[in-house]
Design a protein around this ligand. Structure first.
Ligand SMILES: *[C@@H]1O[C@H](CO)[C@@H](O)[C@H](O)[C@H]1NC(C)=O
Ligand SMILES: *[C@@H]1O[C@H](CO)[C@@H](O)[C@H](O)[C@H]1NC(C)=O
Length: 290
């Protein structure tokens, strides 16, 4: 029966986890949401000022958006503490970049958040390469090497002084080191790699821009863990089902064909006999000690 309980528990978890998405914020694999933020990233990157010669085109990456979701669930306006650990935030890339926006849930759109980061451009002087105040989000947004992006927005009951907050996180691969100018000044696409083509004023490359769907990868530190049934899990489920059916059948058959199997005389102890024998043992032990 414990197996059945386990199943019910898993089923319940499934219902619970599907209920958690009942917010009006977009899910991280919502196609319109993905198109909105990927296109806006490319639009802003293609139109940098001064014009850039070596910015790469960006495409979506599911693992980056899962990492964004996992960190967002913590509802902390802080850098993801796993970013510098090997293989903790992506199955393929290390050195991931991150931008975070926090605001009231009912005011969130991906466009508002990303344009907010982009507005930090006013704090950045390309000519001398200095920031007058916060500009790291802008630098990551227009960092020339980055070509994968994945974002997620998560509702939080409270972050800082904001009630009913939303936390929007974008992760980038490769991430910007932010220790130099974010791109080279010059005619767009004039410094792309030799195998690259020019798309929307950005350097693109079919191999590099291929979208890989890491079906079973998700951050190991994500809590609560999402229910993901990979082939091993499906196999386990089927095996459990078979075992359950088999054991039930065996019990029924045995009981039917050997109705007296449990009525062997020596298998029974009445509670009195048990108590007596215990008492006797205790007494014997005491005697020995004495
Ligand atoms: C920019 O940085 C350079 C070198 O780090 C420094 O000499 C200069 O004063 C800075 N300019 C401004 C406007 O802060
Ligand atoms: C990005 O810019 C840096 C600094 O100018 C340069 O060394 C690097 O090759 C650029 N990356 C690409 C992909 O063009």
């Amino acid at each position: 029966m414990s197996i059945l309980n386990l199943w019910l528990y898993e089923f319940w978890l499934l219902i619970l986890s599907s209920g958690l998405n009942a917010s009006f914020l977009p899910a991280e694999e919502d196609v319109d949401f993905i198109n909105e933020y990927v296109n806006l990233h490319n639009e802003l990157r293609g139109n940098v000022l001064p014009p850039g010669s070596n910015l790469r085109f960006m495409t979506w990456d599911v693992a980056l958006s899962r990492t964004a979701r996992a960190w967002g669930k913590k509802c902390l306006f802080k850098t993801n503490s796993y970013l510098d650990e090997l293989n903790m935030v992506h199955p393929k890339y290390n050195g991931i970049g991150e931008n975070i926006w926090v605001g009231p849930e009912n005011e969130f759109t991906a466009s508002i958040a990303i344009r907010n980061w982009h507005a930090e451009k006013d704090n950045y002087d390309y000519e001398n390469g200095n920031c007058t105040s916060e500009c790291s989000h802008y630098l990551q947004l227009v960092w020339n090497n980055s070509y994968k992006v994945g974002c997620a927005v998560t509702p939080c009951s409270r972050i800082g002084h904001i009630k009913h907050a939303a936390i929007f996180i974008c992760n980038y691969a490769p991430g910007g080191t932010l220790r130099r100018r974010p791109y080279n000044k010059g005619l767009f696409c004039s410094e792309c790699g030799s195998a690259d083509t020019c798309t929307d004023y950005l350097c693109s490359n079919a191999d590099r821009d291929e979208v890989i769907y890491y079906r079973y990868w998700y951050p190991t530190w994500e809590k609560p863990r999402p229910l993901i049934c990979n082939p091993v899990c499906i196999l386990t489920f089927i095996l459990r089902l078979l075992c359950f059916i088999l054991s039930t059948t065996v019990v029924v058959l045995v009981q039917k064909h050997f109705p007296n199997i449990l009525v062997e005389q020596e298998m029974y102890f009445t509670p009195d006999e048990l108590e007596e024998s215990k008492d006797r043992k205790l007494k014997e032990e005491k005697m020995q000690k004495v």
